[in-house]
Structure formats: structure tokens, C-alpha cells
Design a protein around this ligand. Structure first.
Ligand code: FAD
Length: 307
């Protein structure tokens, strides 16, 4: 029951101010956010590579209010790509972007987000890597899929995310499971109404399995974004039944969550990509992580009280 309350709080400016200023917050945030600057995240990328892991890097920030902020977001990704080029990690390090951070919700936002994300995708391709468009709340998805389709005309390796909790997603999966596509399937992290999304965990899990089956049986490259041991085992079995080799799909998990599992799956020969978020505007990302596991809230509460 706490999850939806925390997700509602993730949209509140008052809560944002309270949580950001609370003593002890930084310590808990650092479990999920790899650092504030690109320089702090570089050693983490190197360490992941040394352990045989891949990463997808996310510069946190969403719900921006000005065009200038959207340009700053674009520039932050361009700066990140310049650092990745120096590291020479190629496709071991790809990027995840939220189009809201690129201005999607502003006036003329669809065109603005496309104009901002295109140079990032171009620069990523120039150093041999790629970008995945994260899925945000359901009202943004038609625009996200249209931008994804547009980018794929020139950069077919551009990925996107689909969310199992939405009723629409099985249709999206069928459309996207075509040759050359890269699709991350996740359960979904936003507060969505019952008119568009399953609310029951078991229903979401069943949808996740149906959608993963569509992706595995299709011609694209499925990216299994989950920490759920049951869904990971089922995905492995679906891949086996679809005749996929280990390098024909990958697993993805979030930085700071079930880290031992990252290493275990990589050691089994799977491609394992760790979604690594960094930056200063971590509030929305952090609150979604709290909502996913309300026990995190207890940990957070305790660290605030004991500071
Ligand atoms: P759950 O049933 O939630 O979790 C399974 C187990 O994993 C839990 O029992 C617990 O042990 C552990 N766990 C899960 N979450 C946490 C946590 N926060 N803290 C501590 N332990 C935890 N959602 C979107 O809506 N759009 C996106 O673009 C998006 N991108 C993602 C990218 C990646 C790589 C991943 C892994 C997730 C992404 N998500 C995204 C979030 C996703 O929708 C889920 O909210 C999140 O993955 C939790 O679901 P789960 O599949 O891990 O299963």
C-alpha cells in the first residue's frame, strides 16, 4: 500500500524539499545513485567492466521546466560520451535517457525532445555505442515511440523500454519485436490508473511473462530488466525454448540492487548490464526506488532519525 503513496510524493515539490534537506538522505541516496558527477562515475564503469559487466548510464533529472534545462541535459550526455570515448569502452557502456529531461513536456516538447536527443544518439553511434529511451508515465509513450521510430531510421540500434503493467504493451511488443530492434522489458515504475494498467502484482508478472515470450520469439534483441528471480529464471527458459544463444538477449539490473546477482549471471555467461544513474537531480529516481521496496523507506527513515 505504501508504494502508491511514495510515488504520489515523488511528484510533490514540498516533499522534494523535505527529503533533499533531511539529514542522512545522502547516505541512502548513494546506495542507488553512483555519484554526482561524471568523474565520480568513471571508476564505477571501469570497475563494472573489470567484473565482466556492461553498463547503461543515466544522467538523472526529469520534470524540467525550461528549454535551457533541456539543452543542459543534452550537453550533460554529450559530456558523458566524450568521457566514454576517452575510456574506450565502446558498447560496454551505453546510455539511457528520459525524454522528459530533454523537454518532452514543454510547449512544442515532442520536437524539442527529438532535436535534443538526436545529437546524443549521433555522438553515441560515433563512438560505437547506443542509447535506450526509458519509458516514463503512460501519457508520454506515444511521443516516445514516435521519437524512437524516427531515430531508428538513421540509428537502428536505438533501444526503447516497454512496461509490463500497461494493457497496451503486448501490442507494442509485437510491433517492436522485429529484426534489429533492442527492447527492454520492465514491470513499470510509475503510478498508473486502473484504466490503463494492471494494479495487481500477480497480473503484472503474468503480463511480463507473456511479453517476454513475444520478444524472445521475435527477431529483435530482448533486454530483460528485472531483479525478480522467478522472472529471470522464466526468461532464461523462454530464451532457451526460442533457440536463442546467450548473446542474443541480455539481463539488466539497477545499480545498488541485488549486486551479487549481477556478477552471478555474468559468470554464467550472460550479458549483464547495470543501469547506473548519476547526477544531482536524483529525487524522482530515488523515490521510485523507495516505492519499489517499502522496506527501503524504513532504512531511509532510520538513517534520517539517527543522524
Ligand atoms: P520486483 O518484484 O519489484 O522486485 C524483485 C526483487 O528485487 C525484490 O523482492 C527485491 O529483492 C529486489 N528489488 C526490486 N526493487 C528494489 C529496490 N528498489 N530496492 C531494493 N530491492 C529491490 N521502469 C520504468 O517504468 N521505466 C523504465 O524505463 C525503467 N527502466 C529500468 C531499467 C532497468 C535496468 C531496471 C532493472 C528497471 C527499470 N525500471 C523502469 C524499473 C522497473 O519498472 C521496476 O520498477 C523495477 O525493476 C522493480 O521491479 P522488479 O522487476 O525488479 O521486480
Amino acid at each position: 500500500m505504501l508504494g502508491p503513496v511514495i510515488l504520489a510524493a515523488s511528484r510533490s515539490d514540498q516533499m522534494r524539499r523535505f527529503v533533499s534537506a533531511a539529514p542522512g538522505t545522502k547516505q541512502v541516496v548513494s546506495r542507488f545513485i553512483a555519484g554526482e558527477t561524471v568523474d565520480q562515475v568513471v571508476p564505477i564503469v571501469k570497475d563494472a567492466a573489470a567484473k565482466g559487466l556492461e553498463v547503461t548510464l543515466d544522467v538523472v533529472g526529469e520534470d524540467i521546466t525550461t528549454r535551457e534545462q533541456s539543452y543542459a541535459a543534452r550537453d550533460a550526455y554529450l559530456d558523458l560520451i566524450a568521457h566514454l570515448e576517452d575510456l574506450g569502452l565502446g558498447e560496454r557502456a551505453e546510455m539511457s535517457v528520459k525524454l522528459s529531461m530533454f523537454g518532452q513536456a514543454l510547449e512544442g516538447g515532442h520536437e524539442l525532445a527529438l532535436a535534443n536527443v538526436r545529437p546524443v544518439v549521433e555522438a553515441a553511434a560515433a563512438i560505437g555505442t547506443t542509447v535506450t529511451l526509458d519509458a516514463e508515465d503512460h501519457t508520454t509513450l506515444d511521443s516516445m515511440f514516435a521519437i524512437h521510430e524516427e531515430l531508428r531510421k538513421d540509428f537502428p540500434q536505438t533501444g526503447c523500454v516497454i512496461q509490463a503493467y500497461l494493457f497496451r504493451t503486448e501490442d507494442d511488443a509485437r510491433r517492436l519485436a522485429a529484426a534489429g530492434s533492442r527492447v527492454r522489458i520492465v514491470k513499470g515504475a510509475y503510478k498508473e490508473p486502473s484504466s490503463v494498467a494492471y494494479q495487481d502484482k500477480a497480473e503484472i508478472d503474468k503480463a511480463y511473462v507473456r511479453i517476454t515470450k513475444i520478444l524472445m520469439e521475435g527477431d529483435g534483441y530482448p533486454m530483460i530488466g528485472s531483479h525478480d528471480p522467478r522472472l529471470i529464471a522464466i526468461s532464461q527458459e523462454l530464451a532457451r525454448r526460442a533457440g536463442r544463444k546467450l548473446d542474443e538477449y541480455e539481463f539488466q539490473m539497477l545499480y545498488g540492487i541485488r549486486s551479487e546477482e549481477h556478477v552471478r549471471l555474468a559468470a554464467e555467461g550472460h550479458r549483464m548490464r547495470v543501469y547506473t544513474a548519476y547526477g544531482t537531480d536524483w529525487y524522482g529516481y530515488f523515490m521510485r526506488r523507495l516505492a519499489e521496496k517499502p522496506a527501503n523507506l524504513l532504512f531511509f527513515g532510520r538513517s534520517v532519525i539517527t543522524k
